[in-house]
Design a protein around this ligand. Structure first.
Ligand code: ATP
Ligand code: MG
Length: 450
């Protein structure tokens, strides 16, 4: 290690030591009850303890519980290595390379068990920990103590540990006070932490919108300038993050914050351009987000391809118009435009085929719905994508696209006469967690053509 690095480390170690501020809130000082922790999470915690390891609930499972919200999932932290955890549970599997951990599977519920990590450092060989040129953490498998683990978590409100041994909550770096003050604060130096993992900028926005917290100035200030770092993140990871942002139940507020902090552009570059230039795009995207929130609030299913189709619609219209001006007929122009728009989009956030195919179907149906004089008009209501396409038509009308109101009325009335066929249950989209709910891995039995 060079002298300068050694000095730097000494200073940062001192900063961290000052910042640890472990505070233990005893069982009767907080409102977390075991009734609000899932059975599988408790099983994992107790089994770890019985085997002589430490077992802590951490992250959203503690944070959301303290706020009286239902946690999305339960994450467990322990001093047992991934291999030791794996040996303890038959229903577990080792996963991850960048960040090795164990998934313990109980039916549909997966408990993520992570071993305490030490902060990244240049003392360890590249095999276990590595950082890219710009300070991005590429691998993070150096194990450490619970105190060290707390310091490498993103926000103070996420560095709260529920101890299964005595049911106390361990707060670090002022996490407990920040919960009280409804404050999102990064642990450590914000710029360093964003450089290590730029996705933390998106996470700050997600938690702020979801919890109604404010991002404290030192955490908020560097974001606008550092937002372009998101371009270094693999598009597949960004897509997962984008889904989480939109499906967290506060998409409209999330959109506002993302745009304010210039984080929307790296996620959806063409959409941001359209929104900058045209009011219809703003109104369409805002209505889409508001509808998504309303559906989640009402406990209805949300299909990612629907809001994705809407996010890219303004750009699709532009490119399609360009194609038609070059003399193409509407259908091929739409197909070509879809190719181009999706081709550009996947460079930023990789939309998987299982979503882009139905997105194209919704778009293509927008050309078929105006053909109300067709003899086969009633048949269209039976199309598997009819309902989504019709809802999308209403959304376009509601958002100010011209000349659609009569068409909407036509299809509304027609459906009263020819109700669409009942849809098969689509549990795969019921869950709000986009990345685990798309059902892509589940195969349907193939039907024979009659
Ligand atoms: P939710 O599950 O509601 O999205 P969460 O806080 O539990 O919120 P997870 O993504 O499940 O978020 O991660 C669990 C915990 O792991 C976080 O609370 C945080 O302590 C830590 N963590 C997750 N992602 C990062 C990251 N990019 N940098 C640092 N710590 C992280
Ligand atoms: Mg979680």
């Amino acid at each position: 290690m060079t002298l300068i690095n050694r000095v730097k480390r000494l200073f940062s170690a001192k900063d961290n030591a000052d910042d640890i501020r472990l505070q233990i809130i005893p069982r009767d000082g907080h409102n977390i009850s075991r009734n609000n922790i899932s059975e599988p999470a408790l099983k994992v915690l107790y089994r770890l303890r019985k085997a002589g390891y430490g077992g802590y609930l951490v992250g959203g499972g503690v944070r959301d519980n303290l706020l009286g919200l239902a946690p999305k999932d339960f994450d467990v932290s322990t001093d047992a290595t991934p291999e030791q955890v794996n040996a303890l549970f038959r229903n577990s599997r080792l996963i991850g390379r960048r960040f090795k951990l164990v998934h313990v599977v109980f039916g549909r519920e997966v408990i993520e068990v992570a071993t305490f990590r030490a902060p990244p450092s240049d003392e360890h060989s590249d095999k276990v920990s590595s950082q890219g040129e710009q300070g991005m953490i590429l691998r993070d498998n150096v194990y450490g103590t619970k105190d060290e683990d707390a310091m490498r978590r993103d926000f103070t409100i996420n560095a709260l540990y529920y101890n299964i041994d005595d049911f106390s909550v361990h707060s670090y770096a002022g996490g407990w006070d920040d919960m009280e003050a409804k404050r999102i604060r990064l642990i450590g130096d914000p710029e360093t932490r964003y450089r290590e993992d730029p996705v933390r900028m998106l996470r700050a926005i997600r938690f702020a919108a979801k919890l109604g917290f404010t991002i404290e100035p030192a955490t908020a200030d560097p974001i606008k300038e550092m937002a372009p770092l998101l371009q270094q993140i693999p598009p597949a990871r960004l897509f997962e993050e984008a889904l989480k942002l939109i499906l967290a139940g506060n998409a409209l507020e999330t959109l506002r914050l993302l745009r304010e902090y210039r984080l929307f552009e790296p996620l959806f570059p063409a959409t941001e351009q359209c929104m900058k230039q045209d009011d219809f795009a703003v109104s369409l995207i805002e209505n889409t987000m508001a509808n998504t929130d309303a559906r989640i609030q009402a406990g209805k299913s949300v299909t990612p391809y629907f809001f994705l189709a809407s996010l890219l619609w303004p750009q699709l219209l532009r490119v399609q118009k360009e194609m038609e001006e070059q003399g193409m007929a509407p259908h091929p122009a739409m197909q070509k435009a879809a190719d181009r728009v999706l081709g550009q989009q996947v460079k930023a956030t990789a939309i998987p085929k299982r979503f882009s195919i139905p997105m194209r179907e919704i778009w293509e149906m927008q050309l078929r719905l105006p053909k109300t004089r067709s003899r086969r008009v009633a048949e269209l209501t039976q199309h598997p994508r009819f309902r989504a396409a019709y809802d999308f038509l209403l959304l376009r009308d509601q958002s100010g696209e011209e000349g659609l109101t009569e068409l909407c009325d036509f299809w509304t009335k027609l459906q009263e006469e020819y109700p669409p066929a009942p849809r098969p249950p689509r549990n795969e989209f019921k869950n709000n967690d986009g990345d685990k709910s798309d059902g892509a891995r589940r195969r349907r039995p193939r039907r024979r053509r009659s």
